[in-house]
Design a protein around this ligand. Sequence first.
Ligand SMILES: [Zn+2]
Length: 229
Amino acid sequence: MSNTKGVRQRASRAPNATDPTDRRVLVTEADRTGSPDAEYDPEYARMVEAQLGMLGEDPTREGLRRTPVRVARAMRWLTRGYELDVERVVGGAVFASESENMVMVRDIDLYSLCEHHMLPFFGKVHVAYIPDKHIVGLSKLPRIVEVFARRLQVQERLTEEIARAIESVLKPKGVGVVVEASHLCMMMRGVEKQNSKTITSALRGIFRSDARTRDEFLRLAHNGGSPTR
Ligand SMILES: [Zn+2]
């Protein structure tokens, strides 16, 4: 990684739009969409510029002039999971509890990039655990998902990593994770796979050993009444 990574990108004066060698870029609010910190790696942007040329495009034409910077910034945002870790994300939000009932958060939004094509896959994650003396703040479960989703991934590993993270943070009696996702690399390239969904699950502890717990979880995960299905 270049040591220029993380350059804060707000030009002190407007770039010269008629000079293609002027690499300073004016940051607009539109550019910031999906990328609140607006940081990017200039080396990455230059690579995207070269890529545009290789695709047969003219990187200096009006519509593409800021594309390399936008892509660099978007990719940084879309892979920010590399800069996150579970311990920090959870912080102090683990609390003592005597409850032994299943805790479940359904329909957590998932956006990730497949590591084979660097194309998006997206869908929902359902996470549940049975506490053993500790519970975690509910808002932390989506954030744990984020740590692993915002990297280059395969869905199978993502599912497993989420389960393992919850297990390591909470030491619960069991964990269940179901991920259902649509993969653009299948949808955009295939002809018969447009509507296919990939479903993966990871079951640990009592979710694996006890059929009743497992059935309850899977029933809630698959038939929870989400309006999207
Ligand atoms: Zn793929």
